[in-house]
Design a protein around this ligand. Structure first.
Ligand SMILES: NC(=O)c1ccc[n+]([C@@H]2O[C@H](COP(=O)([O-])OP(=O)(O)OC[C@H]3O[C@@H](n4cnc5c(N)ncnc54)[C@H](OP(=O)(O)O)[C@@H]3O)[C@@H](O)[C@H]2O)c1
Length: 334
């Protein structure tokens, strides 16, 4: 089969389109003909990190496709089923955090930037029929992470005021739409007027430019004294501002560190303001099922920035760093 192969750690030029051995399904596993896959920042981090780039290897966690073959004992799906992938194994039975076996697909396990991939049958869920192949593939990392951050960890519901940082990202665009669908009032930080306008179209009601030092005051003013919850993927650069933008008693939920991983924060603001800080990563298979129930009954759709053929995966990685990017970068595989 053909695949986008990570030849060495480094920049996008280390990704080559080439031949890779066809995968075979073992007991309990399924071979999927991948139709679409999605780039995530995780793939970018692994590609660049010499400690984590298992070369040669195949990146990619999120995919939608058609079941090609099933291994012994598989009853969950059949050849020809249209499915999407829950992108991890080993979450376990606890909802507060995954167990020690937790692993997200794509290096060291073969990822989905390939014509075929083997996944455990338990990771496959029916593709929502109203979504395109590109939209359906985005439900994995981007949408599930936003879903758990907002619901399980953030407790967001009707009337909650929510700040979303990293608003133009795959995760951020999902968070805006899901929060709005849950009845929240959504504010964002983003770095251009054009991107703010697009966030407003997705359901945000206002926002501020994170490059402007006064952005926390803008958010506090618009939210009449501070937001209830902040959903943050920017990380260190955003935390001091977020702690100001929250109302007393508010909650910061973080799942990323695009803009730095070590923050200096005002600890007094945390205890005096009765703030909560929650970390979150991905979501359990049970939360994925509840996300799919929500998606089936709601009108929002994952936002697609571009769709690029698998042959041009290196270009797709370059697009991830372009400031105009808005939403998910999808690979069209077949
Ligand atoms: N823990 C998990 O399970 C999980 C799952 C998914 C993602 N993540 C993490 O979440 C983050 C977001 O991932 P992604 O792939 O969706 O998007 P991404 O490409 O990493 O993030 C792009 C966003 O970051 C914003 N940004 C960059 N610098 C900023 C700064 N100094 N202050 C505020 N915002 C800034 C950009 O805002 P503008 O466009 O407005 O400039 C843009 O919206 C990544 O760190 C990723 O690793 C974690």
């Amino acid at each position: 089969m053909k695949a986008a192969i990570l030849r060495a750690h480094g920049d996008a030029s280390t990704i080559e389109y080439g031949e890779w051995p066809d995968p075979v399904a073992g007991p309990g596993e399924v071979v999927l003909d991948v139709r679409t896959a999605v780039l995530n920042r995780r793939d970018w981090w692994i590609m660049r990190n010499p400690a984590r780039a298992f070369a040669p290897g195949i990146l990619g966690s999120d995919a939608a496709g058609v079941v090609r073959a099933v291994g012994a004992g598989v009853t969950r799906c059949a050849v020809g089923d249209e499915v999407i992938v829950y992108p991890a194994t080993g979450w376990g039975s606890h909802d507060d955090a995954p167990g020690p076996e937790f692993e997200i697909f794509g290096v060291p396990r073969q990822g989905v930037f390939a014509e075929q991939v083997v996944v455990p049958a338990e990771c496959l869920f029916p593709k929502p029929s109203h979504l395109t192949w590109s939209e359906a593939a985005c439900l994995g990392i981007a949408c599930l992470t936003a879903w758990r951050a907002l619901t399980t960890r953030g407790g967001v519901g009707p009337g909650t005021s929510v700040l979303v940082t990293g608003a133009a990202a795959g995760t951020g665009t999902a968070a805006i739409q899901i929060a709005a669908a849950l009845g929240a009032r959504v504010l964002v930080t983003t770095s251009s007027e054009e991107k703010l306008q697009r966030c407003l179209e997705l359901g945000a009601s206002g926002g501020a430019d994170w490059r402007d030092e006064g952005w926390p005051d803008v958010i506090r003013a618009v939210a009449s004294g501070g937001v209830d919850v902040a959903i943050d993927s920017a990380g260190a650069a955003s935390w001091p501002g977020i702690l100001k933008a929250l109302r007393d008693g508010g909650t910061l939920v973080n799942f990323g560190d695009t803009a730095g991983d070590v923050a200096t924060v005002d600890v007094g603001r945390v205890y005096w303001g009765q703030l909560s800080i929650h970390g979150t990563t991905l979501g359990s298979p049970r939360e994925f099922a509840s996300l799919l129930d929500h998606v089936a009954t709601d009108a929002w759709r994952p936002v697609i920035d571009v769709v690029v053929p698998l042959q041009r995966t290196a270009d797709a990685f370059r697009r991830l760093d372009e400031p105009e990017r808005f939403g998910n970068i999808v690979l069209e595989v077949s």
